[in-house]
Design a protein around this ligand. Sequence first.
Ligand SMILES: [Zn+2]
Length: 275
Amino acid sequence: MPELPEVETIARGLASRVTGDFIESVWLGSKPEPLKSPAAEIAATLQSRRIADVRRMGKHIVFELVGTRGRSGERAGAKAQWIVHLGMTGSMLVCKPDVEIAKHTHAVVKLASGRELRFVDPRRFGRLSVAREFEAGGSEPLDITLDRFITLFHGRKTPIKSALLNQKLLRGVGNIYADESLFRAGIRPRRRAASLTRENLRRLYKSVQEVLKEAIALGGSSVSDYVDSDGQEGSFQLEHRVYGREGERCLKCKTVIKRVVIAGRSSHYCPKCQK
Ligand SMILES: [Zn+2]
């Protein structure tokens, strides 16, 4: 599942390609799952709008839409948002109309520039919706202050790994970046959040931001079938120190990396480096 760095990479790629373009028409497939808002509402909201920006909020891609192109020209102040959640296998591609439509394409948005935005999702966990002012919930891990971060986790009885994955606290951190951040902070995933000292939380805060920034710089992690809006893979998976390395040796101390299941999710850690 794409996490914050992958969604950030995709949103930046889309922003550089389609910002300023006009949406001429919208085709939506017949499968109901990807449509979180009614099809007619999505089509009506997108049609004849200009894409003012594309940005990431948590794990969502948000297209900022303005105006309506009609006989009376652009209607000022008519703002709306198109929200895309990629789910497990969703991708958002910008392509020329003569590129063959892939199987499992659920939306095709024709742009005035002649290109198309296509939403493809084989497993259909992705969601398309529209909103006036989207509320993503939780705090952005790259914007949050240290004090606020400490307050979020302070006193929680759940394992710190579960708290990091809780999107109502921090938004966008998933399994990979939670494991990698905990390794760098030297904290075991099963430790109760409440047992962490202020110094532990300060280290975790630093490592969460560091890991996310490094991953964004490398275009995210291409595990399973993630590609960006260009069809390019990220390369942060080559920097993973614990995630997906069960049974391999720790790069720091040579201890064998362990995997445990916490709240249904795999967690990877070094039993020596992490306490
Ligand atoms: Zn180690």
